[in-house]
Write a protein that binds this ligand. Structure first.
Ligand SMILES: Cc1cc2nc3c(=O)[nH]c(=O)nc-3n(C[C@H](O)[C@H](O)[C@H](O)COP(=O)(O)OP(=O)(O)OC[C@H]3O[C@@H](n4cnc5c(N)ncnc54)[C@H](O)[C@@H]3O)c2cc1C
Ligand code: FES
Length: 279
């Protein structure tokens, strides 16, 4: 991965969502197996709401048939940031992109986080790369005068991502790592339980491994705090046509790429939910 360079002028604003050929402005390794890619994506940057995603076609060297979905971590001016974990062939190819490359993107897609008008203090819970769709939300909440507390979990200190963004806007950041190399030892659900017991939150936003989101949802239900989750599903089309991404809800099957990826936690039928991708 490499850093650098100036922006081109390839994005075309139009009806949403839109296909853009966008320049890679920088692409750097920021943590163990994690890259931060900054794209000059004028159309998406101008429209994207926190929690929405883009569908990237990685075609450098190889031609992948399927696009890969990635949350927009933050949008700034005409740029968007993508935090990505290198897992398989697609993300390996992404890690090889540099500022002389451009990439094919559809965005913004999906339904992002809802911020009800009566929210005063929000708890954001991230597990690993779950920090990706929460960065822009933390900034938006802070801009709107909502107090933000963040609880971050990661396997190790080296795999903790998004801390700088959260620390810049949050009133308080609590960290837990599986090996205790940063913050307290154990899963993030430990501090979340204690924070919820303080009783000062009127909403919780969670993203991370589904088992974590489910546990957070259960804790919120117990104390009567609203909770939204961002669910990952395998996605083929990304635009609602193929039904590869369905989530079973109390209201029937919903497409994570259109009605989600953000859902009200109470709406999700966790027991019959489809098997999410394993990371
Ligand atoms: C709405 C949404 C937002 C996402 N946001 C992010 C993000 O911000 N950062 C990030 O690192 N990852 C994100 N993901 C997951 C990311 O899309 C996959 O990790 C990526 O597609 C894997 O591609 P690959 O070719 O490297 O891996 P593959 O070789 O295809 O597979 C490696 C692993 O990734 C999983 N995977 C493959 N394709 C998908 C897919 N289309 N959707 C979900 N998982 C998949 C597989 O189950 C497997 O476990 C998001 C997924 C969704 C659905
Ligand atoms: S990915 Fe095709 S319907 Fe959601």
């Amino acid at each position: 991965m490499t850093g650098c360079c100036g922006a081109g002028e390839k994005g075309h604003a139009g009806e949403r969502p839109s296909l853009e050929r966008v320049d890679v402005l920088s692409n750097e390794r920021i943590a163990e197996g994690v890259g931060l890619m900054i794209l000059h994506a004028r159309h998406t940057a101008s429209l994207v709401e926190p929690g929405q995603f883009v569908h990237l076609r990685v075609d450098k060297g190889r031609d992948f048939i399927l696009r890969r979905p990635f949350s927009v971590h933050r949008a700034r001016g005409e740029q968007i940031e993508i935090l990505y974990q290198v897992l398989g062939q697609g993300t390996l190819a992404m890690a090889e992109l540099s500022c002389s490359d451009d990439i094919d993107l559809i965005g913004p897609l999906g339904h992002g986080w809802d911020v009800p008008a009566d929210v005063n203090h929000a708890l954001l819970v991230s597990g690993g790369l779950g920090a990706a769709p929460l960065g822009g939300l933390a900034e938006k909440l802070a801009r709107e005068g909502v107090a933000v507390t963040c609880a971050m979990g990661a396997p190790t200190q080296e795999r903790l991502v998004g801390l700088d963004v959260f620390e810049a806007v949050a009133r308080r950041v609590v960290i837990a790592t599986d090996d205790g190399s940063e913050g307290e030892l154990g899963f993030v659900t430990g501090p979340v339980e204690r924070l919820l017991a303080e009783g000062s939150f009127d909403i919780v936003y969670a993203c991370g491994p589904e088992v974590m989101q489910r546990a957070v949802a259960a804790m919120c239900a117990e104390v009567g705090v609203r909770c939204q989750v961002s669910l990952e599903r395998l996605m083929a089309c990304g635009i609602g046509a193929c039904l590869s991404c369905v989530v079973t809800t109390k209201d029937g099957l919903k497409r994570a790429c259109v009605e989600g990826p953000v859902f009200d936690a109470e709406e999700v039928c966790w027991d019959v939910s489809e098997i999410p991708p394993k990371h």
